[in-house]
Ligand binder design. Sequence first.
Ligand code: GRF
Length: 211
Amino acid sequence: MTRKRVAVLISGRGSNMAALIEAAQAKDYPADIALVISNRPDASGLERARKAGIAAIVVDHRPFGSDREAFERALDAELRARRIELVCLAGFMRLFTPWFVARWSGRLINIHPALLPQFKGLDTHRRALEAGVKRHGATVHFVVPEIDAGPIIVQDSVAVLAGDTEETLAARVLEVEHRIYPQALRLVAEGRVAFASASEPVKATGATPTK
Ligand code: GRF
């Protein structure tokens, strides 16, 4: 088995990144976390990655101003220089242009802290509590140009409990995230989940049904 070379893109603490790094330590895991990139120099996840012996670099978006594609070209150059095959977004707080998404189509996945298609965007835990849903969770999906809209790879949920606050609910969902992201990356790295190219109908196979 050749392990896929994976980059994890972060902007913050990187707990999902850490879950992927830990999973990839298993001998039979089909992916290697070969690179971590943060767009923010102060992301605490960088240190966490380096402590685990992983190359961790900063590609700061700020010098590029409003030229998002120029930032993405710099990112893309780093990914290619290190022969990265799959990219995992893990709390990466930048939107991508259609150019970058097309370039990495089928090889770019994201984790979102909600049961998509519910609660796309930010503040998912607060909005789930306000909506009064009985279950809430997390989703790993392929990235498409529309935000939080790509085909689902793995999704799982937890009960929303009486007395839950944003913090308690977020903590319970985070445990789900740490479990499903390594599962999803395994499926993609093993080629058991496929994503048709942009010119064909968009579909994923082998998705795990929501509980
Ligand atoms: C996670 O909840 C992730 O789903 C969301 O941002 C958070 C990042 O947390 N997109 P971490 O940096 O992985 O700890």
